[in-house]
Ligand binder design. Sequence first.
Ligand SMILES: [Zn+2]
Ligand SMILES: [Zn+2]
Length: 262
Amino acid sequence: MAIIQDSWFTVTKIDKSTFAISEYGHWEKVHSFLLIGTNKAALIDTGLGIDNIKRITDQLTDLPIIVITTHVHTDHIGSHKQFSEFYVHEAESDWLINGIEGLSLEQIRINIGRDITKATPTSFSPVTYTPFQGEPTGLLVDGDKIDIGNRLLEIIHTPGHSPGHCCIYEEARGYLFTGDLLYMETPIYAFYPTTDPEQLVNSLERIAKIENVKVVYGSHNQLGIDVVILDEVLEAVRELRYRDVVRHGTGIHKFKGFSVQF
Ligand SMILES: [Zn+2]
Ligand SMILES: [Zn+2]
């Protein structure tokens, strides 16, 4: 049941102070997440930027919002301009300020404009769409702990899909937000030049060994993944290494709940 009626976004209540804000009208099926603490709220990514996600966060909290960026790809920084405080891993601060490396504007516009199944606002046009650029408020490093008031969020640097990719772990609730490192249905991308298959596999291994995870939240497709996926990830890591395919050009490798493309 929808808790907010909206033309573009779908809001799902994960618990009384945690919400997923999803964009099912676009083929990428992107999720952003709002975590509300007692003195501020954290927004993990800001979506595609086809529509303004702040319209939704304004309805969910009055607290100041800090944006935590999983990584600097178009579909995760779309509404950053709507927020005054946003953080990114130090390895991708240059991409945020000067533009994303490795993807042409032409390719970005093709990706953003295709296979849209919901009405988009008149402010959106794939022809003029330009990814956000701006100076981050601060930089993230591995092991950072962000306190939003009775909620502690840990930054885990998980490069591979991109150099500064981060997962966010909230141990108290067992929520692991995995960005584009781990999700279901479509392949996890590590095939273009700015990706690194070896780092991606190391990052997958690292998150699979985190203890006390209850639910995994990837940034695309199915919302909320059973934690058993982490066992499958460990097996996949072993298999990929054993088969000696952890490098660019070896194609799509399918496992039980997910796949990777090198
Ligand atoms: Zn990405
Ligand atoms: Zn993505």
